[in-house]
Ligand binder design. Structure first.
Ligand code: DAH
Length: 326
């Protein structure tokens, strides 16, 4: 019996040197202290030991159990707890979730919205599939009128088009409310253009409309030059050139002075004018009482100017290397 105890002791000491994982510690516990463990079995055999030797042998086994427990606890403290399959190590550095960015068009559209919110404009919307009537006729562009040539149109049917501009939202706004009106209408527009660095069959515009008693060309100039300075910098210079749009009279184009490495030049930024009395009559707003101005411009163009983007296609390709720069 004493020999057996010495044998097991030797095994325990050898095994205890290998307890380098929580699983090994657990196997060690089972091997020696489990229900059928070697040390546990020694206690069972104690009954068959001679009465005279029992105290001494009992003491040896007790010492062996203490040794085993001590080795096991020491190793367990080193190896840590057993990790289950879905174990989570809370001490590891977190993995940063990939946070998206705003698209340059969204950045510019939001800034536009904020500037015009401060000027008292709210936001209006209209559908991208629009009636021929609202896209053209209500804006004083009758069928076969040469002004339709200014906008190559994608027709859905004889009466439905993909809107070529956001101007129909002017009409929708005036048809469904009463003056005064002060709205901007951002959104997608479509034209039958071939995709290249400066053309896209789908692009973005914002429309502006202000109709009230006593609104003048002076108001138009004040609001649009204020906007330009807030959007492009306090020193931005603007100029207005006479132009033609069927839905405004008089009409103008506004340019901003743009400095680049190639030098400075005037860049066309937007179309504008005083709302044509014929348009007001068409939506039952009395032009003898009310007057207003309207304007429209490309969001893509604004974004390209502001961020120095030289190819409109990059705005639609969703290339992460491009988008990560904003
Ligand atoms: N709708 C015109 C276009 O797409 C832009 C425009 C010009 C809008 C003058 C206006 C405006 O409201 O007054 O070419």
């Amino acid at each position: 019996m004493k020999e057996k105890i010495a044998d097991i002791r030797g095994q325990i000491e050898a095994d205890a040197g290998q307890l380098n994982s929580p699983e090994a510690v657990e196997a060690f516990r089972i091997r020696y202290l489990g229900k059928k463990g070697a040390v546990t079995l020694l206690f069972k055999e104690l009954g068959s030991v001679d009465k005279a030797d029992r105290p001494e042998v009992g003491k040896l086994i007790n010492e062996l159990r203490a040794l085993t427990t001590e080795k096991m606890n020491g190793a367990a403290a080193q190896a840590g707890p057993i990790r289950s399959k879905d174990w989570i190590d809370l001490t590891l550095n977190g993995r940063r979730p990939a946070i998206g960015r705003k698209h340059p068009l969204t950045i510019v559209a939001e800034e536009f919205r904020q500037i015009f919110a401060r000027l008292g404009f709210s936001v209006a919307e209209g559908p991208e599939v629009e009636s021929d009537y609202l896209n053209f006729e209500a804006l004083n562009i009758p069928k076969l009128h040469p002004a339709r040539d200014m906008q190559d149109t994608l027709y859905i049917s004889d009466e439905l088009v993909l809107r070529t501009h956001t101007s129909p939202v002017q009409i929708r706004t005036m048809m469904t409310g009463n003056p005064p009106f002060r709205v901007i209408a951002p959104g997608r527009v479509y034209r039958r253009d071939t995709l290249d660095a400066s053309h896209s069959p789908c692009f973005h515009q914002v429309e502006g409309l202000c109709v009230d008693k006593g609104v003048s060309l002076g108001d138009l100039k004040a609001v649009l030059s204020t906007f330009s300075k807030q959007m492009f910098g306090a020193n931005t210079k603007v100029r207005f050139r006479p132009s033609f749009f069927p839905f405004t009279e008089p009409s103008a184009e506004m340019d901003i002075w743009w400095e680049s490495s190639k030098g400075g030049r005037w860049l066309e930024l937007l179309g504008c004018g005083m709302v044509n009395p014929r348009v007001l009559e068409g939506v039952d707003v009395d032009p003898a009482v009310y007057s207003g101005y309207a304007f429209g411009l490309g969001i893509d163009r604004m974004a390209m100017l502001k961020f120095g983007i030289d190819d409109i296609r990059t705005l639609f390709e969703n290339d992460m290397r491009f988008l990560e720069q904003f």
